[in-house]
Ligand binder design. Structure first.
Ligand code: SF4
Length: 400
């Protein structure tokens, strides 16, 4: 079994009662069967409290004013205080650690939805370093792996490492992202045609051209994606970008809403960013960027890059289960662009002043809504998948 994790993974430490937005409120916490049985066996006064605090239909902790029934007024967990952390159910013990399982590979990440993890993620500098270990452990073949497509997984892993190469290029972020979307579109086309293994040729061609003639690659990507939803979104200016933003906001608005804070963020964007139209929006963005010094601008770009790396690292190889390659990359780009819009809106409403905490707060607020509801994550991905357009004939490589 191979184990992969970002090098900052072990630096996470929950700040418990010091957390600015505890994960023990605002979400339903589903309990695994073993923990549930253990909870039912607790006796005495605490056992009685436990039984009153469990919802047997939902197999979850009951909530009081949106807070877990065991979260006390000091924002500490009474279950840990009374029985120790070994009594935590799987969800509580694991969060914000996240595992993506593949046959023979386990990938660990920290969820962007936790404030401490979000800060760790956003402040990474440069391309992430990953730690990889391997042992002899042969996991029993789980049912979900019976049809595991090893060949496709291999190409996906290789593609992800080409994404990292692209992100390392000395080009403006917009251009690097255009290449990510272009490569994902070309790979999607191969998979749709049942030629997933030709992905290796595509990657070789991509890497060679990236090395010898990145301008050519960029030109092809620009022409091939011209006028598509993702290209308009990446422009970040002009009426087509404004329209793309409006469509994206509408889609987010109609998702399942988990927390009232997020409704406020979306409503503020709709009220303040949309009515100003394309030109007004461009003007606002210019003013927004002008309010940063060079170091701060670089930091803003760094944050966006980290959001993109986070989504690609965490979800891209999951395409082995659903063949949705394009939408995994589109999700990463979309998330970074929308996060910046929410930051700009916050800046506008706060008399054009931002605190460092705002960047982190808006990143975990977004992740809590989009990532932490399977329904929403699937909804956003499917919506983005609908925006996929095959590469135009004249922009195909000879290898396509
Ligand atoms: S959100 Fe993160 S830091 Fe806050 S209480 Fe939960 S795990 Fe701890």
């Amino acid at each position: 079994m191979r184990y992969i994790k970002p090098d900052y993974y072990e630096n996470f430490a929950c700040t418990a009662d010091k957390c600015p937005d505890t994960c023990c409120a605002g979400w339903q916490i589903v309990i695994d069967e073993d923990s549930y049985r253990k909870y039912m066996d607790i006796g005495g006064d605490f056992g009685r409290r436990m039984q009153e605090s469990l919802d047997p239909w939902e197999m979850s902790f009951r909530q009081c004013n949106g807070r877990c029934a065991f979260l006390n007024e000091n924002n500490l967990c009474d279950l840990i205080l009374e029985k120790g952390s070994e009594y935590l159910c799987e969800t509580c013990a694991r969060y914000p650690r996240h595992v993506e399982e593949f046959d023979g590979v386990r990938e660990y990440s920290l969820s962007l939805s936790c404030p401490v993890a979000a800060e760790l993620i956003l402040k990474q500098k440069g391309l992430w370093q990953f730690l990889e270990e391997e042992d002899e452990q042969e996991e029993p073949l789980a049912e979900e792996f019976e049809d595991f497509d090893y060949a496709m997984f291999g190409v996906l892993e290789e593609t992800r490492s080409v994404f990292w190469k692209i992100l390392e290029q000395q080009m403006p972020l917009r251009e690097r992202l255009l290449l990510l979307v272009d490569l994902a579109s070309r790979f999607q086309e191969l998979v749709d045609a049942g030629e997933c293994l030709s992905g290796y040729e595509l990657l070789e061609h991509y890497v060679n051209t990236l090395q010898d003639s990145p301008e050519l690659l960029l030109m092809r990507a620009g022409d091939g994606l011209a006028g598509t939803y993702m290209e308009c979104l990446l422009r970040q200016e002009g009426p087509d970008f404004h329209k793309a933003l409006e469509q994206g906001l509408e889609m987010l608005w109609h998702l399942e809403r988990l927390r009232p804070e997020w409704t406020e963020v979306l409503a503020q964007c709709r009220v303040n960013l949309l009515p100003c139209g394309g030109e007004g929006h461009d003007f606002l963005r210019k003013e927004f960027y002008a309010s940063f010094n060079e170091r701060e601008l670089q930091e803003l770009e760094n944050y966006r890059e980290n959001i993109i790396i986070f989504f690609i690292y965490t979800y891209f190889c999951g395409a082995v289960y659903d063949d949705m390659i394009f939408s995994k990359v589109a999700l990463a780009v979309f998330s970074a662009v929308f996060w910046e819009e929410t930051v700009m809106c916050r800046w506008f409403l706060a008399d054009k002043i931002l605190e460092k905490a705002d960047f982190v707060r808006l990143a975990y607020a977004y992740a809590r809504e989009v990532e932490h509801s399977d329904e929403n994550l699937i909804g956003v991905e499917e919506w983005l998948m609908d925006k996929y357009e095959p590469v135009k004939e004249e922009n195909k490589f000879e290898t396509d």
